[in-house]
Design a protein around this ligand. Structure first.
Ligand code: ADP
Ligand code: MG
Ligand code: ZN
Length: 520
């Protein structure tokens, strides 16, 4: 493409064409073990240490399908409005490449776990449905590392046999922007239902992008190219923009688009042809003879379905409608499953979060305690809880570089703390101190307050006594205040707070201080 074309010309050309984009998204599943053996799926590790004869493709070994992989695939389907049939099977996809020790990949051909779903996205104020063609399960390949120094290629099979789902969309996307919005949404769904960590930098989420152009108004889709294995939102977006313009220039110059697979060079910002597109029959698909088909019974399907939590979008709506939270709060609170679950537990929202582990948060299992919680839940100050989470909690997590899952106190304790402040048992400043102690020790805030005698001084005669004492000890400041020096009053208040270790009710203390000084 000529670099000298000015922007106006480019924009003009871009306007002449419509774009269709379909994705093949691969997500590594976060099961503990691989899809056909019991090796770990953990990322990294010294080369070839997460392997066994099965995932190394040794002759004579037999695969055993990991049930969790099927469940995760189903969950992804339920969360993206797919149809799930009660019968699925695995197929061999044959091709030769050194990262594939068996010489074939076990994937799914004509009976994928899920089909015909959709995900809705918001693009420039409009809702748009992106149809999901299918979701199937398959195994990942190993990794080839090219050593510049020795000019050798080293094969690491740690990743071989790590379970994947491949999510294929219809060509419903029409720009790089829409594609990124869709992928962000998909990523958050997969993370929320806990089937993939979607860490793009570790290759847990990667996409092949199919792109075609056609003159505006034309009904038939143009010939597509496929750009393989893009693994960051930025490179996906740049690769799409570049490919659209490349195709437009080809057509404008009277050439045809060739259906081919292309590779994107993110450093140079260009793509180049890898190979002409392989046809389906090149793979010689056939049913995997070493694995029987999987037949789902309804009880199992129901159980998996009910383990899919309410998705971020629904939760966000609920927070705004039912709890009157601002959109800003709702966005932050639904930014991750962990944070959202924490918030829901704190406010006593009974949602389908029960299957998630809450052990280790130190909550009591006694009936009495549970009753207390129920009481808290009906009167709890939701906005205050949201403020504590968005403020102090997230700040401490950031400062200490830890995750919400590292928090040791029960979310319900946060509700208790807020209630104690609201009821005037402690003042807001003491609340901050108690919060930090609760964070460090995991202890019940009520116990912290009792043990450290942090309650607001409600004994009025006692408070009056301390006020008198402060006034007696600081005659000069009292005189200064009487002569109009406002600052001296703040000093006296400060002394009073010091004397009461911050536990005086500020309004009451202020009133007493003025009263006592006025009688002098
Ligand atoms: P294959 O598995 O051989 O890559 P598929 O027919 O399964 O081919 O399609 C793969 C992807 O290509 C899908 O995401 C689909 O939406 C997309 N696609 C198909 N035709 C077009 C087209 N003309 N323009 C853009 N994307 C397309
Ligand atoms: Mg493909
Ligand atoms: Zn193995």
């Amino acid at each position: 493409m000529s670099v000298n074309l000015d922007k106006a010309k480019l924009d003009y050309l871009r306007e002449k064409y419509e774009v269709a984009i379909g994705l093949e998204v691969h997500a590594e599943l976060s099961t503990k073990t691989k899809i056909f053996c019991s090796c770990t799926t953990e990322f990294g590790g010294s080369p070839n240490t997460h392997c066994c004869p099965i995932c190394m493709g040794m002759p004579g070994t037999l695969p055993v399908l990991n049930k969790k992989v099927v469940e995760y695939g189903m969950k992804a389907g339920y969360a993206t409005n797919c149809k799930i049939l009660n019968f699925t099977k695995q197929d061999r996809k044959n091709y030769f490449y050194p990262d594939l020790p068996k010489g074939y990949q076990i994937s799914q051909y004509d009976l994928p776990i899920c089909r015909e779903g959709y995900v809705e996205i918001d693009v420039q104020g409009r809702r748009k449905k992106i149809r999901i063609t299918r979701i199937h399960i398959e195994e990942d390949a190993g990794k080839l590392v090219h050593d510049e120094l020795t000019h050798r290629t080293i094969a690491d099979y740690n990743r071989a046999g790590v379970p994947l789902i491949e999510i294929v969309t219809e060509p419903d996307l029409s720009s790089a922007e829409e594609t990124i919005i869709f992928l962000e949404k998909l990523k958050s769904i997969l993370q929320f239902i806990d089937v993939s960590d979607c860490k793009m930098q570790e290759g847990s989420l990667r996409a092949d992008v199919n792109i075609s152009i056609r003159p505006k108004g034309s009904k038939n889709l143009g010939t597509r190219t496929e750009t393989k294995n893009l693994n960051s939102f930025k490179s996906i977006s740049r690769a799409i923009e570049a490919e659209i313009m490349r195709q437009i220039m080809e057509v404008e110059n009277g050439r045809e688009i060739i259906q081919e697979t292309r590779r994107w060079d993110d450093e140079k910002g260009v793509s180049y042809s890898m190979r002409s597109k392989e046809e389906e029959h090149d793979y010689r698909y056939f049913p995997e003879p070493d694995l029987p088909p999987v037949i789902f019974n309804e009880v199992w399907m129901e159980r998996v379905k009910s383990s899919v939590p309410e998705l971020p979008e629904a939760r966000k709506k609920k927070y705004m409608k039912k709890y009157n939270l601002p959109e800003y709060d709702a966005d932050i609170l639904t930014s991750s499953r962990e944070l959202s679950d924490f918030f829901e537990e704190a406010i006593g929202e009974k949602s389908r979060t029960a299957d998630r582990k809450t052990e280790g948060r130190g909550e009591s299992k006694t009936g009495k305690y549970e009753n207390n919680i129920a009481e808290v839940a009906t009167t709890v100050n939701v906005k205050a809880i949201s403020n504590w989470i968005m403020g102090d909690l997230l700040r401490i997590l950031k400062d200490r570089n830890i995750e919400i899952s590292d928090v040791t106190f029960s979310p319900k304790y946060l509700a208790k703390l807020v209630t104690m402040i609201d009821k005037g048992v402690i003042n807001a400043n003491t609340g901050k101190k108690v919060f930090e102690k609760m964070f460090d020790s995991g202890k019940d805030p009520e116990i912290i307050v009792k043990e450290e005698c942090l309650e607001i001084i409600t004994d009025e005669s006692y408070l009056l006594e301390i006020v008198k004492k402060v006034v007696e000890q600081n005659p000069k400041s009292v005189a200064d205040y009487k002569n109009g020096k406002e600052k001296s009053f703040s000093f006296l208040m400060g002394q009073l707070m010091k004397e009461t270790k911050g536990k005086a009710d500020p309004q009451l203390a202020r009133k007493y201080l003025i009263d006592v000084i006025n009688t002098l």
